[in-house]
Design a protein around this ligand. Structure first.
Ligand code: GDP
Ligand code: MG
Length: 194
């Protein structure tokens, strides 16, 4: 029987996770929590795929721009001097380009994770976007100290080891996009499903 909050979510071990030799360590953390890996593949995406993976709507792009602007403000950096603009949407588009470079720089691992409240639990195990703020015990908090101040000054995306869907809508879009109509695998985990 499926639990009412049995969900699927999309997880990706990003190039820095792969290059740091953390594939096993990362997957282990989801499995030990009682979540189930139901699809898994190594792949090397191109820019076009990353462009379709991240939302293109103005709201999402401006939100990323706002985050970057907040860091510049905190550290008293003039965005116009560094990036040539102080418009949140324009800056969001620049960060999106940095994401293309980051995520096409080496192979990644794409995974579908299934379980109770999978979207929220996977995000919790992953930790917040900015590794320097992430608690120990989370993947980002245990294996990275990257910060937006450093990443922005080096004109690159924050390297935070994994991507995980933030909402059920994102999960649906990302699973469909990366796995197309290939069905996830079904099996019963000892001690979890029976
Ligand atoms: P996530 O869902 O936790 O991965 O974070 P978001 O969806 O907000 O952002 C997508 C990705 O963009 C993040 O994982 C980072 O790699 C990158 N990113 C987000 N905010 C910033 C920022 O302020 N500066 C830089 N350089 N990169 C950022
Ligand atoms: Mg996100």
């Amino acid at each position: 029987m499926n639990h009412p909050r049995e969900e699927k979510t999309f997880l990706m071990i990003k190039p820095d996770g792969v290059r740091k030799g953390l594939i096993g360590e990362i997957i282990k953390r989801f499995e030990q929590r009682g979540l189930k890996i139901v699809a898994l593949e190594m792949f090397h995406p191109d820019k076009k795929q990353i462009d379709e993976h991240y939302p293109k709507d103005k709201k999402w792009i401006s939100r990323i721009g706002d985050k970057t602007l907040a860091t510049y403000q905190k550290y008293n950096i003039d965005p116009k001097k560094v990036l040539g603009t102080n418009n949140n949407h324009e800056i969001g588009k620049i960060v999106r380009k940095w994401l293309f470079e980051y995520l096409t720089s080496a192979p990644s691992v794409k995974i579908i994770v299934q379980g109770i409240h999978a979207v929220d639990v996977v995000r919790k195990i992953t930790g917040p976007t900015m590794p320097y703020l992430a608690d120990m015990g989370t993947i980002r908090g245990d294996f990275s100290i990257d910060s937006p101040a450093l990443a922005n000054s080096e004109k690159r995306a924050i390297m935070n080891l994994v991507h995980a869907s933030e909402t059920q809508e994102e999960a649906l879009h990302e699973i469909k996009f990366w796995f197309d109509d290939r069905s996830p695998f079904g099996y019963k985990r000892f001690g979890v499903d029976e």
